[in-house]
Design a protein around this ligand. Sequence first.
Ligand code: MIC
Ligand code: SF4
Length: 639
Amino acid sequence: MNIAEKIIKAHLVDGRMTPGLEIGLRIDQTLVHDATGQMAMLQFEALGFPRVAAKRSLIYTDHNILQVGFENADDHAFLASAARKFGLYYSKTGNGICHQVNLERFSVPGQTLLGADSHSTTGGAVGELAIGAGGLDVAVAMGGRPFYLPMPEIMKIELTGQLPPWTRAKDVALEILRRLTVSGGRGRLLEFAGEGLRQLTVTERATVANMSIETGAITAVFPSDEQTLAFLRRQGREADYRPLQADADAQYRETVSIDLAALEPLAAAPHSPDNVRPVRELAGAKVDQVAIGSCTNSSLEDLMTAAAILKGRKIPAQVSLIIAPGSRQVFQELANRGALADLIAAGARIMEVACGFCNGVGQAPQSEGLSLRTSNRNFPGRSGTKNARLYLVSPETAAASALAGVITDPRELGQAISIVPPEQFVLDDSLIVPPAPEAEAAGVEIVRGPNIAPLPFFEALPDQLEGEVMLALGDNVTTDDILPAGAHILALRANIPAISRYIFSNIDPDYHRRQKAAGAGLVVGGRNYGQGSSREHAALAPRYLGLKGVIAESFARIHKANLVNFGLLPLDFVRPADRASIRAGDRLKLDNLKSLKGGQTLTVKNLSQGSEFEVKLDVSERQAAILKAGGLLAQARQG
Ligand code: MIC
Ligand code: SF4
């Protein structure tokens, strides 16, 4: 067996390991944060679970950290009290980005992690099966129930050779995206192998595992080997180590070989992570902002490298250089080793230990500004500035370009830098608050400020559905297109009526009003609809406004599961060519929905055009039952 199959087999509680068929997995650890945790905890409560049953469940506060009004503080007070009551560990603001902290302090080779964040895949760096999902799926797993997903096809990514100087893990991640594109990983799990990975440290592997989700893959997994042991030792967690390798005769569906020695510094140009170009081809473009951080590249190695490049030099007046360390541990090490002083002396702005700039929570670039970032997504509007141009690069390329004021190939810096990690990191978990003991849990009051709105409830699927096509969209619609990023919208994650006003607002600012007025509605999309984040608000809030389903050529996995969980029909065109005939404003009708079956083909009548076309409901029987009930919470209420 390969590594993925070994972990899946050890956690399989339902189904057969046949690619494409639904399997149920036992989940060891869960994580949510302060953008997804509000809904997850409200849903956990609504499902009637008394306490978490997973081995360890955590809430991180890292996304919603700008306290310009009461909203974020209300959310944190709610989350802290829910954590105490329901048995979760609560990572306070300032402790770091969920994926970085979880990797450092809690990741365990061979275990399963389900996170209400798409980049939960980061845990694959230590040989954990770490998967992103919507908050409701995570709430169910926190309660000790299985997590369901289609059994992936395991793709082997064979790494050979050694990375040349100035070429780093980020360039490996970008090379994978160049080859697979943002949809080439759909239905797959990327498993890393080959002698080339021996030199990659766990934090470098984390960069690659982190961005695997950008290919649409379910997740990525690395072997657990000497690098893993060295990492866990530095974290004082040698006891969590266990070796994990694929068997010599392990089978894979496909193999992609990457010769690391042939790579060079790369960048993802606007506006998609798969728009990959060599940095040397972009060199010379004037840079307005450089941002180093995010869960992709905010480790000590990343920031020490940037500091070493910047040491003793000054960034030019026109550049704004932003540094956001990934965890308090990284931040303390930077300070202890003098690198923080080097960054400050170079003219960097030191930000809070959090996601920050990555999804537009502060540091939005100027209009049409060019921002070079070490993060993972450069979708339009992601930075908070709709027309900013975001380029995704390694910390080396970012630091070299910050110094020059123009995009610069770091190979021009001469002698490469090598960072020696400390024997042992600063180990201080004092910002992780443990839950109340079970005996005291009943007495803990949940704090509900005005930003915590009650959950909306939805009715069962009617037998007949007639609705207007509200939008006819193209390929690769992102969840940032459906529900934009940015501080003012993020602050409303606990308030569905308020956040629903922003649904599709970057595409049509009037969408929410039109949708409410139209009653039932449908959206039409192309391939890979809903790529990107795990935010279930991109399904829940449209449903609240009256959207009943999406017809597309294909869907991104997490978003499709979210649509089902909130009772929205995810329908695939049987003949993709039919998409072109549908216009916004058309009235569509579907019949016999009460007898829906998973895998069934349905006829859609286009009443406006007097035509018909076929769609497929490509879901499991379990999911068909959820859809008929009106969503997972409605199904739970009906018993
Ligand atoms: C993201 O990077 O897009 C986020 C913000 O972390 C999301 C989570 C969310 O929007 O709730 C993700 O990746 O899932
Ligand atoms: Fe946070 Fe950005 Fe990572 Fe999402 S991608 S978890 S916003 S740092």
